[in-house]
Design a protein around this ligand. Structure first.
Ligand SMILES: *Cc1c(COP(=O)(O)O)cnc(C)c1O
Length: 377
């Protein structure tokens, strides 16, 4: 039986194996495992690709978010507005720093944070907004930057899922996702669009002072060796991961193209099916399809997933529980029913396999299996 995993990292590796193996072998030989030349080289190439002044590599995407918030000198009790429909890391670091996460609902079509809801959630304690570019397309950054400007708030973009996506402002300026707000954060977790072979992350900014501060924070608050002027963390991208990422960065746009091809194939196959709503892209952003997520209507989602699994096809639910209903985040401020769009999505979405290695035959195998269960119309 065919096996269709959510991502095909093995297939992707086969195509770049000689380069990757040679790069890793070189580091094994020169033993520059930490802060080696490969890290600097990747940093500079990513700065060029993103057209941003500073990239600060770090240990993972969660650290990237934490370091960004540490650099803004937020005080316990300060409020940070983010989306209720995201991976936990976004809210986790807010809570860890004893800041107050303020959740807001998302747009029902794009699944991204709703700017009107942000505006309504602002109080005198609000200090920052953390939009997440969910599933591979940008949140409405014109609206978010406008709100931030009017209320003097920082914007930290959680760009773990949309690296390489382009955002076009109303004035025609095109910027890479993660380079629009004050700080952008990304993850190089293996299954992300730019993934390494372990953990990795990075922070982006055009602000020289913030960049300097964040470089110090990721290195134990140390500027001069063994002199610690601020409390920092230990968060590094190791040289082997940087070498892998530097090779994969050269393929990032072609990887996005392959993901879009698969998404278009799915969209066409499901177009006539009233029980499935295909992804809706905002006009101001490109979509790099970190996930391909359908909204189901009157479909037994669990049974659909079992049907797919019986044919060797993986599927997943991102995310089954909204942040405000997670046990660790139970908060008297929030109740079931507070974020109706997020709550409805968490009960109806399903994500299908999407990656860089699909061929038409495998895509047809997936779409046939889905339509066999839900019906063609
Ligand atoms: C993956 C992810 C993160 C965290 O990245 P890690 O590298 O796993 O720490 C944060 N936010 C979002 C939206 C993510 O998808």
């Amino acid at each position: 039986m065919k096996q269709i995993p959510m991502v095909d990292l093995a297939g992707q590796y086969q195509k770049i194996k000689p380069e990757v193996d040679a790069a890793i072998a070189e580091i094994l030989t020169n033993t520059s495992f930490i802060n080696g030349p490969a890290v600097k080289q990747f940093q500079q190439n990513l700065e060029k690709y993103l057209n941003v002044k500073h990239v600060i590599p770090c240990g993972n995407g969660t650290d990237a978010l934490q370091v960004a918030m540490m650099a803004l000198d937020l005080k316990p009790g300060d409020e940070v507005i983010t989306t209720s429909f995201t991976f936990i890391a976004t809210a986790e670091v807010i809570a860890l720093l004893q800041l107050t996460p303020v959740l807001v609902d998302v747009d029902k079509d794009t699944f991204n944070i709703d700017p009107e809801a942000i505006e309504k959630a602002i109080t005198p304690k609000t200090k920052a907004i953390v939009p997440v570019h969910l599933f591979g397309q940008c949140a409405d950054m014109d609206a978010i930057m406008d709100i931030a400007k009017r209320h003097k708030l920082y914007v930290i973009e959680d760009n773990a899922q949309a690296i390489g996506a382009d955002f076009t402002s109303a004035d025609g300026t095109v910027k890479k996702a993660g380079t629009i707000g004050d700080i952008g954060c990304t993850s190089f977790f293996p299954s992300k669009n730019l993934g390494c072979y372990g953990d990795g992350g990075a922070i982006f900014t055009d602000d020289d002072a913030l960049a300097k501060k964040m470089r110090v924070i990721v290195n134990h608050g140390m500027e001069v060796r063994y002199y610690h002027d601020s409390i920092g963390v230990n968060s590094r991208l190791d040289s082997i991961q940087a070498a892998v990422l530097d090779i994969k960065l050269r393929h990032l746009d072609e990887y996005a193209e392959a993901r879009r091809y698969a998404a278009n194939y799915y969209n066409t196959a499901f177009a006539a099916c009233k029980k499935l709503k295909t992804p809706v892209k905002s006009p101001f952003t490109t979509h790099v399809f970190h996930q391909y997520t359908l909204v189901t209507h009157n479909v037994d989602r669990q049974k659909l997933m079992e049907h797919l699994q019986s044919k060797g096809i993986s599927s997943a639910i991102y995310y089954p529980v909204p942040l405000h209903l997670q046990k660790a985040y139970v908060d008297p401020r929030y109740n079931q029913g507070d974020f109706p769009v997020t709550e409805a999505l968490s009960e109806t979405v399903i994500s299908l396999p999407i990656h860089t290695e699909f061929d038409d035959e495998s895509l047809a195998y997936v779409t046939d299996a889905v339509l066999e269960f839900v019906g063609k119309e």
